[in-house]
Each structure stands twice: as structure tokens, then as C-alpha cells.
Write a protein that binds this ligand. Structure first.
Ligand code: APR
Ligand code: ZN
Ligand code: ZN
Length: 361
């Protein structure tokens, strides 16, 4: 059997997305069919639409989602129908060299559903990040479903599926921010704001937010930033040093993805400090740094992929902390929208008007 549902599809490069009827197969072995309840709009969806992530059109967009498992295929033990789940785009394999060494958050062989979702004429869809959740139902690998406390609203839970998890994880997993650390975050969009919330949650003594947009600095303060720097007006490296006794921050998180902001992060950290790159650069970007500074300043330069998260470990824990009132996830949901408003949400995202627009189904 299969299901016909409405979904947001990018049919061709650069063209506005459209609402299409798609065909979703019943789950086969290892797969789960999920009734999507909410899905956030992420930059990556826009990159797909613009042809920046390959040519495999049509793309079924959406990947920051939460919903309820409707049915599961043969051999699935992770989830059962009725479970409230957050979808992740890194279902770990348990068998690759990273998994076998006990580091599954680095899994090098993550997987997705085997069967294809299609348009009604049979054209196969490429689901964004192996999810495709701007749809009333989607088909994923069962390991892409992480069960969490169902009392949380789906538009909040879904945030952890991508950008917000990337930011929180950049702080608490990759940056290893702990009690008493000084942290600076450069770029306070959805990802950077989450890095601020994560640093606050981890007990950082100072959290310095840097952005060129004063609206983002206001939100950063609500999420736990102790200081803000408008880097259009003030040199951020000097400002961060001044705020940290002249030394620099223990951890600097770059959440823009540009060489000039990476350099700021590099020079704004204390000796033996850590730089975490969570912003995603484009292929043509190059970085030039005196190698002697890389050596002489010590410490570590890291990049953070999906916040180095392990969904089964991190999603339920963060939802529990949210429900205890210790992690403000509500602040990330700027607006909830309908399935046919994704194109409009891209526009608002492009203008920096939102942290997240979330489609509620
Ligand atoms: N200095 C400081 N902040 C900057 C600069 C700059 N030179 N240029 C842009 N910014 C700020 C923007 O004002 C915005 O607040 O960086 C923020 C980027 O945020 P968003 O556009 O909302 O992007 P976000 O979803 O947070 O993702 C950030 O991580 O996942 C990647 O592809 C994503 O590279 C992007 C980055
Ligand atoms: Zn693996
Ligand atoms: Zn995303």
C-alpha cells in the first residue's frame, strides 16, 4: 500500500517551491512511516532549492521535524506506532569504524529509507538530508526516529532535528563548554543563538554574543548572553579580549561560516583555547593564517557537524531540560506557518527577520 499526501517540492533549480501530491510507500524492513506534525524552515532547504546541494531535482524539502510514528516495517525495534519522535539526519550504523570505537556521533555510514517517495507520475524524489518532512507523511529509516517526551509541542521538538541541535551541540559537545568557562559566539542566527543557549545551560561564566544585526543581539540576551558586541560598530576581537581580562575567551564559536569571522574567532580566544566552526562555508572560501600563530597559541581548532550530536542521547535529554524550564527553546520559534507558506518563509529568512519559521501540519 502507499499513501498520497501533500508536500513541498523543489521541482527545478531556482524555481519557487510548489505544493505537490506525493506518493509515500508503506514502510519496508528497517523503515518507519511518520505523520509529520511540525517542520522548521532551514537554510539548507533554500540551498537545495537554489541547486547548491546537487542536481537531483525534484527535492522533497524539510528536515527539522517532529511527528508521530504511524507504522513500522519488518524488524524495527527502535520505535512503535504512536511514538512521538524527532527526526534526525544521522541514523547511526553501529558497524563502521567510528561506531565500533564507541564514537557513534561520528558515524561514517549513516543511512536513510531504502524505498523512494515519488510524484504521482512516478518521478523519484530526493528528500532533503534523507528526511523530506514538509509533507503530511514521510518515510525514513527507523533509526532516524528518536522518541522524546510527548508533552512537548511539536514545533518546539522539531527544532532539535537540525539547526538548534547544531548550535547547542557546538557548545556542549564539540566545544565542551563547562561551568565557569568564558564563551564568545560570532553570528547569532538560529545556530549561534542555540550555541548561546547551550553555553548558558552548561554553566558558562560569560557568554559574549557578536553579530552585525541588533535584532539578533536582543534575542541573544534573552537566551543567556551576558554581553553583546555589534561587530559592525566595534572590533569584535578587541571587545572580546576586553571582556575577558585582556586574554580572550576559552571557547569561541563561529556560527557564520566565513573566513573573516573565522579569523575573528581564532584571535578572540585565549591561549590554549578552542575555536569551534559550526557555520558552513561555501566551496570557494579560503583561509590564510600565519602558521606560527596556529602553533604558538596552542589549543584546538575544531569543526562541529550537526553539533556532534548523538540523537538517542541528546534529543531526549534536551527535551527534558526544556520541560524543566532550564532551556528556552520557545524563543527560537519566531512564527508558525502553513505548508503552503514555505516560499514566503524563505524570503523572511533571507532578510534575517526570523530565527525559525516552523510549518505546523
Ligand atoms: N559578523 C557577525 N555576524 C554576522 C556576520 C559577520 N560578518 N555576517 C552575518 N552575520 C550574522 C547574521 O546577522 C545572522 O544573525 O550571522 C547570523 C547568521 O544567521 P542565520 O542567517 O540565521 O543562519 P543560521 O541558521 O544561524 O546558520 C548559520 O550555520 O548551519 C550553518 O548554513 C548555516 O552557515 C550557516 C550558519
Ligand atoms: Zn557507524
Ligand atoms: Zn537544517
Amino acid at each position: 500500500m502507499s499513501h498520497q499526501v501533500r508536500a513541498v517540492v523543489a521541482l527545478g533549480k531556482g524555481a519557487p517551491v510548489s505544493l505537490e501530491t506525493i506518493v509515500v510507500p508503506d514502510p519496508g524492513p528497517g523503515e518507519a512511516l511518520v505523520k509529520v506534525e511540525a517542520c522548521g524552515v532551514c537554510h539548507t532547504d533554500l540551498h537545495y532549492r537554489e541547486g547548491g546541494i546537487g542536481d537531483d531535482f525534484p527535492f522533497l524539502l524539510g528536515h527539522e521535524a517532529a511527528g508521530v510514528v504511524e507504522s513500522v516495517g519488518e524488524g524495527v525495534t527502535e520505535v512503535v506506532p504512536g511514538d512521538f519522535v524527532i527526526l534526525n539526519w544521522r541514523a547511526v550504523c553501529g558497524q563502521c569504524r567510528a561506531c565500533l570505537r564507541g564514537r557513534p556521533w561520528y558515524c561514517f555510514a549513516t543511512h536513510n529509507a531504502t524505498q523512494k517517495m515519488t510524484l504521482t507520475d512516478g518521478t523519484e524524489l530526493s528528500p532533503a538530508l534523507g528526511i523530506g518532512a514538509f509533507a503530511e507523511k514521510t518515510l525514513v529509516a527507523a533509526g532516524q526516529c528518536t522518541k522524546v517526551d510527548p508533552t512537548v509541542a511539536p514545533q518546539v521538538a522539531g527544532l532539535l532535528g537540525c539547526g538548534v541541535m547544531a548550535g547547542i551541540g557546538a557548545a556542549i559537545n564539540t566545544g565542551n563548554v563547562g561551568r565557569g568557562d568564558t564563551v564568545a559566539v560570532i553570528g547569532c542566527g538560529g545556530v549561534g543563538a542555540a550555541a548561546i543557549a547551550g553555553s548558558h545551560l552548561a554553566g558558562a561564566a560569560k557568554v559574549i554574543a557578536v553579530d552585525i544585526d541588533p535584532r539578533k543581539l536582543d534575542t541573544a540576551e534573552k537566551l543567556g548572553a551576558t554581553h553583546t558586541v555589534n561587530s559592525r560598530q566595534t572590533d569584535p576581537v578587541e571587545a572580546i579580549r576586553e571582556l575577558t581580562g585582556g586574554f580572550g575567551a576559552d571557547v569561541v564559536i563561529e556560527a557564520v561560516g566565513r573566513p573573516e569571522t573565522y579569523k575573528q574567532a581564532f584571535y578572540a580566544r585565549d591561549l590554549a583555547g578552542t575555536v569551534v566552526l559550526v557555520g558552513v562555508p561555501t566551496p570557494e572560501m579560503k583561509l590564510e593564517l600565519p602558521l606560527l600563530d596556529v602553533f604558538g597559541r596552542g589549543g584546538s581548532l575544531k569543526s562541529s557537524w550537526y553539533g556532534d550530536c548523538l540523537p538517542s542521547r541528546d534529543f531526549p535529554m534536551l527535551i527534558d531540560l526544556y520541560l524543566q524550564g532550564r532551556l528556552n527553546l520557545d524563543a527560537f520559534v519566531t512564527e508558525t506557518i502553513a505548508l503552503d507558506e514555505v516560499e514566503k518563509a524563505f524570503e523572511r529568512m533571507h532578510h534575517g527577520d526570523v530565527l525559525r519559521s516552523v510549518v505546523v501540519l
